[in-house]
Design a protein around this ligand. Structure first.
Ligand SMILES: [Zn+2]
Ligand SMILES: [Zn+2]
Length: 189
C-alpha cells in the first residue's frame, strides 16, 4: 500500500482549502502543522459573515483586494481565536506568501514555510525569512490526490478510445483500453 508522504498530505490539504476561497483574484490555501498534526487552516476570503468577492466582485484599492483576508492570516487568526500556540509550527501554503503574511508568519514563531507555487516571491520576504531562520522550501503537489478535472479527463479518454476504435482497432484491443482506463478512473463506464 502506498502511503501519501506527510508533506504531500499537508500540501494537498492546502490545495483543498484553496477551493473554498471566495476572492476570485487568487485562490490560496494554508495549513498550519505542529508535530505532524494539522492545527489550523485558512483560505483567501472575507471576514466571517461578510460580503463575498465571488458574489459582488473584489474591492480593489492599489491593485489589492482589501476585502480579502489572506489564507495564511486566516489560519493564524484561527489559532488566536482558539488559543492554539503557533511557536515552532510549520505552514503549508499553495502560493509563496506576500510581505504582510511573511511578517505575520515570522512574528507568530512559525519555523518553516512550505509553498507549492512561486508567486511574486518578494526579495524582502525572502530576506526576512532568512534573517528569522525560517526554513523556506518549495513543495510541489505531485500526488494527484485532488483532481478537479476528473470528469473532463474521463470524457477525453473515452473520446480517444472511440477514435482508436473508429480507426480500425479490433474489439479486443478496444476492450483492453477501456479496462485500462477504468482502472485509472474508477468512474469510467
Ligand atoms: Zn477579492
Ligand atoms: Zn498574504
Amino acid at each position: 500500500m502506498n502511503r501519501i508522504k506527510w508533506d504531500q498530505y499537508f500540501m494537498a490539504q492546502s490545495h483543498l482549502l484553496a477551493l473554498r476561497s471566495t476572492c476570485t483574484r487568487l485562490t490560496v490555501g494554508a495549513t498550519i502543522v505542529r508535530d505532524k498534526r494539522i492545527i489550523a487552516g485558512g483560505y483567501n476570503g472575507s471576514i466571517a459573515g461578510g460580503t463575498h468577492c465571488i458574489d459582488e466582485g473584489c474591492y480593489v484599492i492599489d491593485n489589492h483586494c482589501v476585502r480579502t483576508i489572506h489564507a495564511e492570516m486566516n489560519a493564524l487568526l484561527q489559532c488566536a481565536k482558539f488559543g492554539v500556540p503557533t511557536e515552532n509550527a510549520e505552514i503549508y501554503v499553495t502560493h509563496f506568501p506576500c510581505l504582510q503574511c511573511c511578517k505575520a508568519i515570522i512574528q507568530s514563531g512559525i519555523k518553516a514555510v512550505y509553498y507549492a507555487i512561486d508567486y511574486k516571491n518578494h526579495p524582502y520576504a525572502i530576506e526576512l525569512f532568512a534573517g528569522a531562520n525560517v526554513d523556506v522550501e518549495q513543495v510541489v503537489l505531485e500526488e494527484m490526490v485532488i483532481d478537479v478535472k476528473t470528469k473532463e479527463k474521463v470524457e477525453f479518454v473515452n473520446q480517444l478510445i472511440e477514435k482508436v476504435s473508429e480507426m480500425g482497432a479490433d474489439d479486443k484491443e478496444v476492450k483492453e483500453l477501456y479496462e485500462h482506463a477504468a482502472t485509472l478512473f474508477s468512474t469510467v463506464s
